[in-house]
Design a protein around this ligand. Structure first.
Ligand SMILES: [Zn+2]
Length: 250
């Protein structure tokens, strides 16, 4: 499990996680300025590695002989129809533009178990077996939040954790509570030759984990560049999925 283990504590924009699976904490979501409830986020599965990118075969979902990458899932019956549609819209926003296809599980041994637990969170990459991906209803019921967690499950970390992030953003440590500063760590990531993407659905918002309402992330050189959108995957997000999974024609 090379790719897990990573962020131990990662997460998000304002919550703090229940501790299970020795995780990473995350959150009962409170409120952030630009988004009510954020992902909370990446759970650590197994190991103590510090790898932050998911390039190993053991972390990526396997490619089928037909060139597609099928990611089987089951969705808890606790969701209402509208919730299910929201989640499936998040899936479609990814699968419609990549070779990654989310498919209802039949008998596959490795699959996503989508449930409404506390907060929005996921493991990083494929862990093997059943892996829970939590999208709490109603707090996480935006298709972009679903897409964000699905991208974690595909192996992607937060954009502002990138190794080159200091060229593109400033972290205002003084506005971040000490016990939340781990959420702003930088990692040695493989950026897949893509430009830093403020519009990534994997980027935190300007006030993520703010202690007193002040900004915690400021883009540079233009401090007004929008960040933290959760409408859905950006073009670069889609591009990165296609690169990581060698989607070829997409
Ligand atoms: Zn996240």
């Amino acid at each position: 499990m090379l790719c897990v283990g990573i962020f131990v504590g990662l997460v998000l924009e304002s919550w703090s996680l229940p501790v299970q699976h020795e995780t990473c904490g995350y959150l009962p979501p409170p409120v952030t300025r630009d988004f009510p409830l954020r992902e909370g986020d990446i759970l650590k599965a197994g190991s103590h590695g510090a790898q932050v990118t998911c390039l190993a075969d053991s972390c990526r979902w396997p490619k089928a002989v037909d060139g597609f990458v099928y990611v089987p899932y089951i969705i808890s019956r606790q969701y209402e129809d509208m919730d299910r549609i929201t989640i499936e819209t998040g899936m479609l926003d990814i699968s419609s533009a990549t070779c990654v296809k989310f498919v209802p599980r039949t008998h596959e041994p490795n699959f996503l178990n989508i449930e409404s637990r506390t907060g929005c969170w996921s493991y990083l990459g494929m862990t093997g077996g059943s892996q829970t991906l939590s999208l709490q209803s109603p707090g996480c019921m935006w298709s972009g939040v679903a897409a964000h967690q699905l991208m974690h499950a595909l192996g992607f970390v937060h954009e502002q954790s990138r190794s080159d992030r200091d060229y593109h953003i400033s972290i205002l440590w003084e506005n971040i509570p000490e016990d939340q500063r781990d959420n702003f760590r930088k990692y040695e990531t493989n950026n897949l030759n893509t430009a830093y993407d403020y519009s990534s659905v994997m980027h935190y918002g300007r006030y993520a984990f703010s202690e007193d309402g002040g900004p915690t992330i400021i883009p540079k050189p233009d401090p007004y560049i929008p960040m933290g959108q959760r409408d859905g995957p950006s073009l670069t997000d889609i591009h990165k999925i296609n690169i990581l999974y060698n989607c070829g024609r997409y």
